[in-house]
Write a protein that binds this ligand. Sequence first.
Ligand SMILES: [Zn+2]
Length: 533
Amino acid sequence: MTRERLYLYDTTLRDGAQTQGVDFSLEDKALLAEQLEGLGLDYIEAGYPGANPTDTKLFLQERKRGPAKITAFGMTKRPGRSIANDPGFQAVLAAKADAICLVGKTWDFHVDVALGTSLEENLAGIKESVAAVVASGREALLDCEHFFDGYKDNPAYALACAKAAYEAGARWVVLCDTNGGALPEEVEAIVAEVVKHVPGDHLGIHVHNDTDNGTANSLAAVRAGARQIQGTLNGLGERCGNANLTSIIPTLLLKSSYAERFETDVTPERLTTLTHVSRILDELLNRAPSRNAPYVGESAFAHKGGIHVSAVQKNPRTYEHVPPESVGNQRKLLVSDQAGRSNILAELDRIGIAIPKDDPRVGRLLDEVKEREAAGYAYEAADASFELLARRIMGNVPQFFDVDSFRVMVERRHNALGDLVTVSEATVKVRIDGETVLSVGEGNGPVHALDNALRKDLGRYQGFISDLELVDFRVRVLSGGTDATTRVLIESRDGEGRRWFTVGVSPNIVDASFEALLDSVNYKLLRDGAPAS
Ligand SMILES: [Zn+2]
């Protein structure tokens, strides 16, 4: 039986980025796009060119083309203007993007109140705008704002907008529940009407989660015929969030009523990266992952209590609706570390370390990771620190250099101009090749000063680290018990644009930072094959 193709459209980097307190850098966006592409998303809506400097810059960059269609977001042309005379529209058209998604009004009430134009002119604007995108050689999408509310008020007009876009050549007409108030039975009934006018393989669904029905509404639209689902990782989005792709994707693959009918580009193998991708977003946002998130949460497959645990051990299907490994998560039992062991083996495999299952070093690594995680380390997003730790226990990390000691001073004073300034100075004592080197560095903060001091003179390794750059620095204070512990995550990059993450933990923020910094330097030396001293 041939299955129908469903298309997955991620808008974490655009709609998700509109969330309060979320501010993705160019590097964050590139990293997330890479992860989403690896997962098998068909479309990645990366931003709104012209709306802010980051997004404008992003869409001016050439990118290496992958399988996902990088999509720019914009608005249909402004009423009363030609396309040539609409700078906002031109900024979107100028984007280096594979597809362009335009938001347009389809609710007569909004056309009148918000746009202040006639229904006819709005309809003509939709047609012209979609046609202009098609003429530019890109795939066009119309995002029908407030479609469901519009349909309830004036079905003929909402439908006319959808049809106008389709007839003008839109690859997708996306039905939006912009305020998130629609219920699954309404979505299913309305989409079933729309497919009589616009074919389902040209219809998308974009919903928000304001009644906690984001996943249910997306699935309802698919049942009624829509073939593109829009959403975000972890349901990130303003107010209560967007439809959560982290829940929708595994449901499509693992639940037979969908898996038998539909296929996507997310293979079962790619699905095993889902938990990892979800946690990377949390780390970038400096948020603790939601423990009870469906499929990917730490508690999603946690079993406590004697009867549950022994039943799950006999047959996991007794208390689990899907196998945790299918989404890259792990079973948590309080009486056995088997699950942890298989997780470690999977991680080792991912970073290319082949080792027999029963090698005693696997157990040692597991114990070490457990101990460190209890102390506050998190390796989900700190791949480089995990790899260093694993390779150290496997016995194949050379000793490059030793840090004997470091000292940092922070001074706040008035400078010659009378301005209040804070300056930091660090001294690091390093031993390389039997020699002790004392280096001093200055910086605008203690970590910056330490970084400068450490990298001032690393002897024979200087050439290996000259292109190492610290891109980002995230701090989280973990409150466990009476003492607060600080976790620092450092993102580094080299001259070829490769990025890696390292972690440090200490009650002292400078100490935690230095640990992450040392891991970053050691990882670079290891990866680039620097010789032992
Ligand atoms: Zn939205």
